[in-house]
Ligand binder design. Structure first.
Ligand code: BES
Ligand code: ZN
Length: 647
């Protein structure tokens, strides 16, 4: 064995598990499991990290950072605990634009290091000559253009008085503010001390470790995550924040001005946690709190452990968009316990979570709501197949090839909805009872571990199929994960899920608009079914009639508004332009702004001037992960991601 004993033990454990034997307890096993195994198989190698974790790996990070709003930097030290195979002299970390001042051992001895050639997607390898050191301290600062961090001015917050900092780590952004091995298969425990100017509060994706300590003009907050997590799950936000309890282990953080609205919208959270535990096994993270961010947050939600990050655009006033919470909560099992080992396995995170979401929704809101959300998901899946090259398109595979590409390209409804459809297909074939038992077992067998698509298939075969050749033939497992398109055995959507709305869609084709009574009775999902099922290219008169009857361009529900504005852009419907502009300037959720601005920009005559005008105004609100894509449209002269320079 040429690996370090600890790593060898984990590899053995894993191999034993896969072959179904009970591993003999080894003396170092508990130590190895504390940091979770590093998978040694070829398909577990993460092509989006420079790390060589089988040589030397980070097991624990201790951050001691100050937040400097004026300079748009976090800076201080990161102390890393390492494991290395005997004889290993160096460790490779991931670095995107970090300004490194020094790297030393615990007794202050400087260590030689080198930042290698920069890759536009990945950043650069940071190779450190560790010799025999197994704890090192890096003194550094993040760059003002860090891809994970967004610095908001007071005007960009709800309270308008204080600045705000937020981070987004997934997929490979955290290397722009934390010097570590930024690979989901290299789990690390971590702790942090964060100094922020008074009166601001820092929150992170970990329990608080101590009361804040005030000194001079700042306060220092302490956090500790004692469970090993994938490093993309380390997150921070700093702002004028208040907290309100929602239940015994749930609560919400947000700006004081947002607290009442946020708490009311999130009132079902505790029920969701209980429903999720009944389905997937005990919740492993202690508290489930949420942070409702300013509207520039680039995603709907992000499953940061113990503290889900949320866009405020899910607040509709009627809890109609709270399946978002069910989704982020479900990641507490699928994603945060059993974690995709590489970004090619992303469907394991999101497909399982999308499946799990509708199960939570069914338990809390009933089977009809769940059936409708599944039907919307099947439509989204089919649309994603079309958008990704049709049934033979390579990117319609669940396990995709990301060579030379950013993990971001895998963020499609193939991963989410084809992944969920795959699991529903298995459920349908074996029955709910058997499927649920397997699913619970999957989470408990892979708790705090990275998982690959092949581990998933092996686990299914060992614990569910169990040699049943007829079942194996019915399931088409390899076809589902490895082949493009949607296999013929896909579990269908309930054709009756939207019976009434579907009749209204048919009637609309022949000129009849839904009446006001129906529209106001319809749920958000029903309205969305209508707006996404009617012909997407409508004459402007028909949009005008819909808009004047139901006030869609300014709908209070942002998903409904987005669906209508999408139709408006396709139809070049001028009267919606002021509302469109306002929508693109008041929030920066990438799922909303990217398709609208892209569609506008591609319509050279009508849309592009609108896109250019709006993007110039909106850009300062958008997070770097959003502007990185939109800048490529060339709408603003000179606005492109600042080049990465060797520092
Ligand atoms: N983990 C994702 C967000 C993500 C994925 C960020 C990949 C960066 C890279 C999160 O759980 C998610 O899926 N959010 C969705 C919401 C959901 C209800 C589908 C979103 O942001 O829209
Ligand atoms: Zn998700």
């Amino acid at each position: 064995m040429r690996f370090h004993p600890l790593i060898a033990v984990s590899a053995l454990l894993l191999a034993a598990c896969q072959s179904g034997e009970t591993p003999a307890p080894a003396p170092q096993a508990s130590e190895a499991l504390k940091v979770a195994p590093v998978l040694a198989a070829a398909d577990a190698v993460d092509i989006h990290s420079f790390a060589k974790p089988l040589e030397a790996r980070v097991t624990h990070i201790a951050l001691d950072l100050a937040v400097d709003f004026a300079a748009k930097r976090v800076g201080g030290t990161a102390t890393l605990d390492l494991q290395a195979r005997p004889g290993a002299n160096e460790i490779v970390l991931d670095d995107k634009g970090l300004e490194i001042e020094s790297i030393v051992t615990t007794d202050g001895k400087p260590l030689a290091y080198k930042v290698g050639a920069i890759d536009a997607i990945l950043g650069a390898p940071l190779t450190i000559q560790i010799g025999t050191a197994r704890k090192i301290m890096i003194r550094y600062k993040s760059a003002p253009d860090s891809g994970a961090l967004q610095w908001l001015t007071p005007e960009q917050t709800a309270g308008k008085k204080h600045p705000y900092l937020l981070s987004q780590g997934q997929a490979i952004e955290n290397r722009s503010w934390i010097p570590t091995q930024d690979s989901p298969g290299v789990r690390q425990t971590w702790e942090a001390k964060i100094s922020v100017p008074k009166p601001l509060t820092a929150v992170m994706s970990a329990p608080r470790a101590a009361e804040p300590v005030a000194a001079g003009g700042s306060r220092t907050f302490a956090f500790k995550m004692d469970k090993p997590v994938a490093p993309y799950l380390i997150a921070i936000a700093v702002g004028d924040l208040a907290f309100r309890e929602l239940g015994p282990r749930t609560g919400v953080w947000t700006e004081p001005a947002m607290l009442d609205l946020a708490a009311a919208e999130l009132a079902d959270t505790e029920k969701m946690v209980a429903a999720a535990e009944a389905l997937f096994g005990p919740y492993q993270w202690g508290r489930y709190d949420m942070l409702v961010l300013p509207p520039s947050f680039p995603f709907g939600g992000m499953e940061n452990p113990t503290l889900t990050f949320l866009t405020p655009t899910f607040i509709a006033g009627d809890k109609s968009l709270t399946s978002l919470i069910a989704h982020e909560l479900a990641h507490s099992w699928s994603g945060n316990l059993a974690t995709n080992a590489t970004w090619a396995d992303f469907w394991l995170n999101e497909g399982m979570t999308t499946y799990a979401t509708t199960r939570i929704v069914e338990a809390v809101y009933g089977p009809k709501v769940a059936a409708q959300q599944i039907a919307l998901g099947i439509d989204a899946m089919n649309k994603a197949v079309t958008e990704n090259g049709g049934p033979s398109g390579a990117d319609t595979r669940l396990h995709i090839d990301l060579k030379g590409r950013s993990p971001d390209v895998g963020l499609t409804d193939i991963a989410y909805e084809k992944g969920a459809a795959f699991l529903r297909t298995i459920e349908l074939a074996v029955g709910r009872e058997r499927f649920d038992a397997w699913l619970k077992g999957w989470f408990s067998r892979h708790m705090f571990e990275p998982v690959t698509t092949s581990i998933f298939l092996a686990d299914l075969r060992q614990h569910l199929v169990k040699g049943d050749t007829k079942l194996e033939a019915t399931l088409q497992l390899d076809r589902w994960v490895g082949q493009p398109g949607i296999p013929s055995n896909v579990a269908p959507a309930d054709p009756q899920a939207f019976a009434e709305v579907d009749a209204a869609v048919t009637a609309f084709k022949t000129g009849t608009q839904p009446d006001a009574a129906s529209w106001s009775r319809w749920t958000t999902d029903e309205k969305l079914r209508f707006l996404t099922r009617i012909d997407q290219r409508q004459p402007t008169e028909r949009l005008a009639a819909l808009d004047s009857a139901f006030n869609l361009a300014r709908a209070g529900n942002n998903e409904v508004r987005f669906a209508f504005l999408t139709l408006a852009v396709t139809a070049r419907y001028d009267p919606a332009v002021p509302a469109l502009e306002q929508f693109l300037i008041m929030q920066g959720r990438r799922k909303f702004v990217r398709p609208l601005i892209t569609a506008l920009a591609e319509d050279k005559q009508w849309g592009r001037p609108i896109a250019a005008r709006v993007y110039a105004k909106a850009r300062p609100l958008y997070h770097p992960v959003t502007t990185r894509d939109l800048d490529k449209l060339g709408l603003i002269a000179g606005a492109s991601a600042p080049p990465l320079t060797v520092r």
